[in-house]
Design a protein around this ligand. Structure first.
Ligand SMILES: [Zn+2]
Ligand SMILES: [Zn+2]
Length: 98
């Protein structure tokens, strides 16, 4: 296995599942009329205060924000996968310590 293979197996977080303002994986994803998706906790206070998309592309109102249910189940599946990977990683780490 070369260096390139190791890089590919690192699997960086899908950029589209990342919330730009907080940099975390989308939590309760909500989409704006402009097609951007943010976590509810990032978007709702922002939309109430500033009345535009956090990426400054257009004006939005809270009423125009929509839940993205397919994305939400995708995110929860990914989170399950990640916590599984973390458990495996910490397990193999604890084996190494012994
Ligand atoms: Zn966020
Ligand atoms: Zn936008």
């Amino acid at each position: 296995m070369g260096l390139l293979d190791a890089d590919r197996s690192a699997e960086p977080l899908e950029p589209s599942l990342q919330c730009q303002p907080c940099g975390q994986m989308l939590d309760e994803p909500l989409s704006t009329p402009c097609g951007h998706v943010f976590c509810a906790n990032c978007l709702l206070p922002w939309a109430a205060r500033r009345r535009h998309c956090p990426l400054r592309c257009q004006l939005i109102s809270r009423q125009e924000v929509r839940r993205v249910l397919p994305l939400r189940s995708l995110v929860s599946r990914l989170e399950m996968k990640i916590s599984h990977l973390v458990r495996i990683a910490s397990f193999s780490l604890s084996l190494k310590k012994k």
